[in-house]
Each structure stands twice: as C-alpha cells, then as structure tokens.
Design a protein around this ligand. Structure first.
Ligand code: ZN
Length: 444
C-alpha cells in the first residue's frame, strides 16, 4: 500500500524525450478516513487543484498567444513584442491571470497592452457565460450570484449579480437578433399533421413610474402525440416556445410564435388547435398562424372558462343553477348557456346582476371558440392548457412574478424571456455556443 499521494503536472514534447518538465501541485499523506468528511477531496481542495492545474496549462498556452496586429495602427511600422502583462481570465470555477504580450511600434511611440479580452473579445469562458446565463434566467440575479459562488466555493467578482444581468441581457439580445433574421427550415424538418398552440399573457409590475404594469406574452406549440401523461398535469416531451415583452403591437410575439410553429412542423397541411384564455391579444397572435396552416380550430380554454364560473358571485340558493349553466358550455351550447344566464339574472339581487353581466360578456366575446368540450375530452383531445405545463406560468411567472415586489423594464424581461423560451424549446442545447460567442464578439 502507498502512503503518499501526489498530483504532478508533466509537460513534454513528443519529439524531444528529454524535455519533460514536472511540477508537483499537491502532496498528501494517505490517511484512513475517520469519517465521510475525509473521503476524497474537500470542495475547497478540488477548486484549488483545478486552479493550479489550469494555471499551468494557461501558462503554456500564453506562450502561443499571438498578437492580432503586425502593423502599427498609427504609422504602419512593424510591431514588436515588448514583454508581457498579466491579464484576467475567468474560467468556469476559477479566475486566472494569463500573461499576454505588450506590443510596441519599432518606428513611432505607439504601444499597446493586449489582454485576453482584446485577443478573444471576452475574458469570460463561454462555459461560464452559459452557467451565468442559465442561472440568471432561472433565478433572480442575486440568487444566481449565490448559486454560482457556492459552486466555486468562494465569492468571485465575475459572478456579481450585475454582471449576471449583463450576460443575460446580451445573450437574450442576441437570441432576439437571431429571431429577426430570415427563418430557414432545418434540413430534417418534418411536417406535422396536427399542432397545439397555447398563447397566454402575464402582467408584470413596471419600473416606469408613469405605468403600473405591462403585459408579457408567451406561446408554446407542440404535437399532441408528444404530451406524456405522467402525474396529474403531464408534460410535453418536445415543444417550441416563444415570448415577448416588447411594446410593438404584438409584432415580435407573432413572428416568434410563427417561427416556433415552423420549427415544430407547421406546414400548409397542418391542422392547428389553438387554446387561449379569452384575451383578445392572445387571439390576435393565433390569427398570425391562420394563413400559414391547413386549418385552424380556436378553443376557449376550458380551465379558464370554468374558473370564470367559480369566480362569479352567486347567492347559495342559485349556485346549482350556475353549475348547470356551466354544463351547457361543457357540451358546447353557448347559446343555451347565455339564455339561462339571462333568466338567472332576473332572479337575483342587483349586486349579483353585475357579475352575471361580466360572465355573459365573456361568453359572448368568445362564443365562436366554445366547443363541445365533453366530446373532445372523451376523444382524448386537448381542452385546456392544464393538460401540460401552463406557458405563462413556466415561462413568465416562475421567474418574474411574486418576488420582492420586483419592478421590471420591458427590455430586461424580454431578454430573460428569450433565454427562457430557448431553454424550454431545447434550442439552447444545440445553439448556445454560437449564440454566446456572437453575443460576446459583439461586445468586443
Ligand atoms: Zn508606429
């Protein structure tokens, strides 16, 4: 049995056998663990080892770093190397100083200290930017700061909440730009027979003192066969999401929803079933799909419709009547429901009449989208967003609502939502490297 344990870095040349260089990073006496605490390395030790191993690799790599300039930008003279200068580099769990060449003109007095940032456009490794972006899209920026510092076992300036916000802003902004470019169908595109579209809105408190709130919209589109019924609510195996918090007469949410639908297989033969809670702007987003699909069925979300009944004030003796009216709607008979509501209105006090009127207006406005829910339910077809995760709940509310009376700017929310929609659509998995590099190059 060995008594000691040593971590050594070897650098060597494949051609010159004598050029092996060894550096001892850590040396330990192997002890029998007294408790689980002594088993393997502590978190702090793991970070330290990583720090040292990477320091050595960076030291070797720094020798190979080339200046982007060979001519002086001032006089065109030949640029010479003039010593080195340590420069910041932020890796996933550790921060480093990497030597970078100082440059000097041979003719005039121009000189420049290059840095990792000036050489690569950023001093942050994209893997760290990805973690910051995901943490900031899923948690408050301050919570993201805590999480990332926990993982790194120490406070790092680079993980400051302001930095994380900037990362989310720039990456969200890049996704926004990507969505504005002409959309090309992927090579493996397969037309869908049927798609389900849900559009939903959420109100957020505005940081603009002139306005109290603004609305963000989110849509999700998926194939009905991708709904897995696990547990009560089920989940959607593959879906595309779109979201917008911009004040642009729904232009962005319409465009992004259409792109999401195309990615999910929308074609001129696809039948689209759209489920909404009855808000007019949600239906307007659905209308943007109309000319791009085979046929479209719009359905007033059953869950939302029944919530409206639940929230209608009614004296106890007439409650049963209200429930019966709801069952007319369950069978798709909006006309009968409206007639019965009119009769019910005659029976109640003035204070209840108003709430019946609200319900009447809601049903009238959405009459053409009230379908035979019972039949659809029997046939296993979607009648409500409750069958799968609610879009607005998962995309908007989970991140942007309820916390510390948070106030938001449309731009800030829009950036967060672009990242959240990309993550939920699994687009992020395939595209994050390109997106992050483009976002950081832009900043360079
Ligand atoms: Zn010069």
């Amino acid at each position: 049995m060995s008594e000691h344990y040593r971590i050594v870095i070897e650098t060597f040349s494949s051609t010159n056998k004598h050029s092996v260089e060894r550096k001892v990073i850590k040396e330990y006496k192997i002890k029998s663990p007294n408790s689980i605490m002594d088993l393997g390395f502590r978190h702090s030790e793991q970070i330290e080892i990583l720090q040292e191993i990477q320091n050595k690799l960076l030291q070797e790599q720094s020798i190979t770093l080339k200046s982007p300039l060979d001519k002086c930008p001032a006089c065109g003279g030949h640029v010479r190397l003039n010593g080195v200068e340590p420069s910041d580099f932020h890796s996933v769990f550790t921060d480093h100083r990497v030597n970078v060449h100082r440059l000097k003109c041979g003719k005039c007095d121009w000189n420049k200290v290059s840095s990792i940032e000036s050489l690569f456009g950023t001093s942050v490794h994209p893997d760290l930017a990805k973690m910051q972006c995901e943490a900031g899209a899923n948690h408050s920026f301050r919570a993201a700061q805590k999480i990332l510092n926990l993982q790194s076992n120490g406070t790092r300036k680079i993980n400051n909440h302001d930095r994380i916000k900037k990362v989310v802003d720039s990456i969200g902004g890049e996704i926004k730009k990507e969505l504005q470019r002409p959309f090309k169908l992927p090579a493996n595109h397969q037309a869908a027979n049927e798609l389900i579209l849900q559009v939903d809105g959420g109100h957020l408190k505005s940081d603009d003192p002139e306005k109290s709130s603004f609305e963000a919209l989110a849509s999700v589109i998926y194939r009905p066969e991708d709904v897995q019924k696990k547990g009560e609510r089920g989940f959607i195996e593959s879906k595309q999401c779109a979201a917008s918090a911009l004040d642009d007469q729904l232009k962005t949410i319409k465009r992004n929803t259409l792109i999401a639908a195309k990615k999910q297989g929308l074609s001129m033969t696809t039948h689209v079933t759209a489920l909404c809670d009855g808000a007019q702007n949600c239906w307007s987003v659905v209308d943007a799909i109309k000319s791009q699909c085979g046929s479209l069925t719009t359905i007033l979300d059953w869950f939302h419709l029944s919530m409206k009944f639940q929230n209608t004030a009614m004296p106890p003796e007439h409650k049963i009547k209200l429930i019966r009216i709801k069952w007319h709607l369950w069978r798709g008979h909006a006309d009968r429901a409206l007639l019965r509501l009119l009769e019910l209105k005659e029976l109640v006090d003035i204070k209840y009449k108003a709430s019946i009127t609200t319900l009447q207006t809601y049903i009238e406005n959405n009459e053409t989208r009230i379908v035979d829910y019972r039949l659809r339910y029997k046939n296993g077809k979607a009648i409500s967003r409750q069958i799968a995760e609610s879009t607005v709940e998962s995309l908007i509310n989970q991140r942007c609502k309820g916390k510390q009376h948070m106030r938001w700017s449309r731009h800030g929310v829009h950036c967060i939502l672009q990242v959240r929609a990309a993550i939920a659509s699994k687009d992020w998995e395939n595209n994050w490297e390109k997106t992050i590099l483009n976002a950081t190059l832009k900043a360079a």
